[in-house]
Design a protein around this ligand. Structure first.
Ligand code: HEM
Ligand code: HEM
Length: 177
């Protein structure tokens, strides 16, 4: 078993973290009242970014399958190892739920969502009741994701500054020493 993530896995981790957090931040306005034209335009931008996350997510899953994960730090207790694995697993599940629920929300919208001016992602014949129903799940998964990201960041800072095992620096290191 190897000691570190592959460079491509680290690059994808930070790229996806950036896009997901940006998408989360930008999409907060959907919960408020918006001008309809602004809402429809923002939906296109948000869905385009979301589809990018979906594509990167598939690549990331494949890379995890190919490269695996580094072996655990032997200084960690059994429950700490278990907790880290569980938390990472949950992050993957939530990424999957976010993109699939987002996709289903977009597909149920009654107004067109043209991706890159090439194709309309909506089925075009669904009603607003279904859209609102599916959107509730998407909104719920975003809340869970925010909670998980906060815990994940606290854990990373705990490792870096309290345990001082350089886990965060290792994740930020892209060159072999
Ligand atoms: C990176 C993953 C994603 C995040 C963090 C995210 C986040 C959000 C948030 C916070 C909302 C507002 C929910 C509310 O308060 O009602 C939202 C709405 C929405 N999302 Fe996503 N989303 C993601 C992926 C996607 C994807 C992949 C699509 C479609 C391909 C999508 C399409 C939509 C649509 C259509 C809405 C409803 C917009 C409206 O209310 O007018 N999302 N998303
Ligand atoms: C949307 C935001 C984020 C998501 C979804 C996410 C997800 C993940 C996942 C699934 C892993 C396991 C490795 C893998 O398979 O890629 C991981 C590892 C890691 N993440 Fe994040 N991450 C996010 C943001 C952050 C941020 C902001 C930080 C730093 C403050 C961070 C620090 C780390 C560190 C240090 C590791 C290595 C942990 C280990 O090997 O035990 N992540 N992240």
């Amino acid at each position: 078993m190897k000691n570190d993530y592959a460079v491509i896995q680290k690059a994808l981790h930070w790229l996806m973290a950036g896009i997901i957090m940006l998408d989360l931040f930008v999409a907060q306005k959907f919960g408020d009242t918006m001008e309809i034209a602004d809402r429809l335009e923002s939906r296109v931008d948000h869905s385009t970014m979301g589809l990018l996350v979906l594509s990167l997510f598939i690549v990331r899953l494949a890379l995890r399958f190919i490269y695996g994960v580094p072996k655990e730090d032997s200084a960690l207790t059994v429950w700490q190892v278990w907790l880290a694995k569980f938390a990472h697993g949950l992050l993957y599940v939530l990424m999957g739920l976010l993109v699939t629920s987002g996709l289903l929300t977009a597909m149920s919208a009654t107004s067109p969502i043209e991706i890159l001016d090439i194709f309309d992602i909506t089925f075009g014949r669904v009603n607003d009741v279904i859209f609102d129903f599916v959107r509730q799940f998407h909104a719920f998964f975003t809340e869970v994701m925010i909670g998980l990201i906060v815990i994940h960041v606290i854990a990373a800072l705990y490792h870096q500054f309290i345990r001082r095992d350089n886990l965060l620096l290792k994740m930020l290191k892209f060159r072999r020493s």
